[in-house]
Design a binder for this molecule. Structure first.
Ligand code: ARG
Length: 331
């Protein structure tokens, strides 16, 4: 298996709900006007708390500092696992489940904090740039590691990595068990030919920027048990969308596509208080049991919370699994 350290230096930011108006102009440019920006990695996720924007330095330049923009202090690098076809794995699972044991758990054991971003196409594991040597040292046994530089893949050798790994604990640090919320909405994970972005522009603008304004004739009683969650990403020319079925109905059905099985997903949102960026082992704690049961999962970290998406038929067993985890840990 190959692991690529992608050639993007990322910032993790959040825009407050009330500050969104100040940022619609740059966001529209980053989403729709690809010829006007050199940004190659852009992801925007709306949650009830805020808008999380993860983007490269070129994109970050577009966001003017203000009291409405929070910026995590570090530079993050995206890692990406590429299985080279000969995968003899018996698992049919997709998403973070595939990399739970090979990447997520070993990094947590080495106390490396990650930030996950699953998309329709692949799963990005963001790590802090300053942790890179520990990351390489940890994963070099399992992977051929390449660093992408100016369009070329340069092999990374272990001697470039730090060898002072703490080999003592083979155990995932006993992270705090965070409260989990299971909203009622069903989600789909979709993609779109980037050339057809203009065709969905008005819908996307409506859903992203006006979803909180009540629509003409819309029923007033909001379902409190559903969560607002919408994610758009445009990364190296690939579009990925995660939305609930209600948002999906607003898009023209013929332009968005999903995997042939067309499955629906349910969400487990992890975190009661904002999770911060320094704690490690949260993704590991959720993805390990999923991997043990071979349950697919997409995993999207946002500025405040983490979100795991599992096939809807598995949500009951996943909920039970997470509850059992809660009981195991002495409080
Ligand atoms: N750092 C966590 C981990 O290593 C995941 C990210 C949680 N923080 C957040 N703001 N979403 O498991």
């Amino acid at each position: 298996m190959d692991l690529h350290i992608l050639d993007h230096k990322l910032r993790v930011t959040s825009i407050s709900k009330t500050g969104l108006q100040q940022y619609t102009h740059p966001l529209i440019k980053l989403i729709f006007l690809r010829n006007r920006t050199r940004c190659k990695f852009f992801s925007l996720t709306e949650t009830p708390e805020n808008y999380t924007v993860v983007l490269d330095e070129e994109g970050f330049k577009e966001l003017q500092p203000s009291e409405h923009l929070q910026v995590e202090g570090s530079t993050w690098l995206p890692l990406n696992v590429v299985s080279n076809g000969n995968a003899s794995s018996s698992s049919q699972a997709v998403g973070v489940t595939k990399i739970a044991k090979s990447v997520i758990a070993p990094l947590a054991e080495q106390h490396v904090s990650v930030f996950m971003l699953s998309t329709y196409q692949t799963d990005f594991i963001l790590v802090r740039e300053k942790d890179l040597s520990v990351v390489v040292g940890t994963l070099v046994e399992e992977f051929n590691i390449f660093r992408e530089e100016g369009g070329e893949s340069v092999p990374v050798h272990s001697q470039d990595a730090c060898n002072g790994l703490q080999r003592n604990g083979r155990e995932v640090p006993h992270a705090t068990v965070h409260p989990v919320l299971i909203p009622k909405n069903q989600f789909c994970v979709m993609s779109l030919d980037p050339d057809t972005l203009p065709a969905i522009a008005t819908t996307l603008i409506d859903v992203l920027f006006y979803s909180n304004s009540p629509k003409e004739g819309a029923s007033v009683d909001q379902d409190m048990e559903c969560i607002k969650f919408f994610s758009f990403s445009l990364i190296d020319g690939y579009v990925s969308l995660v939305m609930d079925t209600e948002a999906q109905r607003q898009f023209p059905a013929d332009l968005l596509f999903t995997s042939s099985s067309g499955e629906l997903w349910r969400m487990a949102r992890i975190g009661g208080q904002p999770l911060g960026f320094d704690e490690c082992g949260i993704v590991a704690q959720i993805s390990q049991p999923l991997a043990d049961s071979d349950i697919s999962a997409y995993y999207i970290s946002t500025f405040s919370f983490d979100h795991a998406l599992v096939p809807e038929e598995d949500i009951v067993s996943v909920t039970e699994m997470l509850q059992a985890q809660r009981k195991d840990i002495p409080s």
